[in-house]
Write a protein that binds this ligand. Structure first.
Ligand SMILES: NC(=O)c1ccc[n+]([C@@H]2O[C@H](COP(=O)([O-])OP(=O)(O)OC[C@H]3O[C@@H](n4cnc5c(N)ncnc54)[C@H](OP(=O)(O)O)[C@@H]3O)[C@@H](O)[C@H]2O)c1
Length: 215
């Protein structure tokens, strides 16, 4: 069975963990304060869950989720992420993350920043476009009428394929919006951001999105 390593076990991390364990995945949770602080969540998730350091979670994960505030991504265990397929849930909130010139100037994307910090990782943007509590709530089996779709982006086709399979297993269709450089199409303040859409609805919105200045 695939193990999901989770770096950042707050709102997104814990809810992806809920959906993943419900689908039979093993999860290794981590945060900044240490595994001892994750006992309650591990107990809630049951036998499929354990807690570790971020480095150990990265090493043990067949697939890894990064769900920390964007301003903290320079603290991640980049070496341990080498060769890993890494789902990146980040969004840019300057009030929380501090101003980042490359994003303010629309010269980069949040996922390209993570890719630059962890050059050996196979980064796939995922889960940035859904509110955390909706992850377990909106999951539904493959083929369900009106099934919710989540956008993914990445430079590595095989990595995206793995992430699409993971999303399908936990309850969502995936819509590929291209390389990481295109991931701004589902960033904050865009029409599809946070919206419940099916795959065809989402695919219809994406080409119409205009890039906005981050404020
Ligand atoms: N919340 C949402 O609905 C939502 C939706 C889509 C995307 N996002 C994006 O997803 C990312 C995570 O958001 P969130 O709402 O899940 O945040 P959150 O609830 O504040 O949780 C953040 C987690 O990151 C951990 N963390 C912080 N620094 C770390 C480090 N250096 N190493 C390891 N873990 C670290 C925190 O651990 P400690 O508590 O121990 O510090 C905490 O477990 C953000 O970029 C956010 O914008 C959020």
């Amino acid at each position: 069975m695939t193990t999901l390593g989770i770096i950042g076990s707050g709102r997104i991390g814990s809810n992806v963990a809920r959906a993943a364990t419900a689908a039979g995945y093993d999860v290794v949770l981590s945060n900044s304060r240490g595994p001892a602080t994750l006992g309650e969540l591990v107990a809630e998730l049951g036998d499929h869950a354990s807690a570790a350091t971020p480095e150990e979670a990265a090493r043990r994960g067949d697939l890894v989720l990064v769900a920390v505030p964007l301003g903290k991504i320079d603290q991640l265990p980049a070496e341990a992420l080498t060769g890993k397929v890494v789902m990146d849930a980040n969004n840019y909130y300057p009030q929380r993350d501090g101003r980042i010139a490359a994003l303010d100037g629309n010269e980069s994307t949040t996922s390209d920043l993570l890719q630059a910090l962890a050059p050996g990782a196979r980064i796939v943007k995922a889960f940035n476009n859904i509110y955390a509590h909706e992850i377990p709530a909106d999951a539904s089996p493959t083929g369900t009428e009106g099934r919710r779709a989540l956008p993914i982006a990445g430079n590595d086709e095989a990595a995206k394929s793995l992430v699409a399979s993971f999303l399908d297993a936990i309850g969502f269709d995936a819509v590929d919006l291209g390389p990481l450089a295109e991931s701004w199409r589902v960033e904050r303040d865009t029409p599809a951001y946070g919206k419940r859409t099916t795959a065809s609805e989402l695919a219809a919105i994406l080409p119409t999105v205009e890039r906005v200045q981050q404020v």
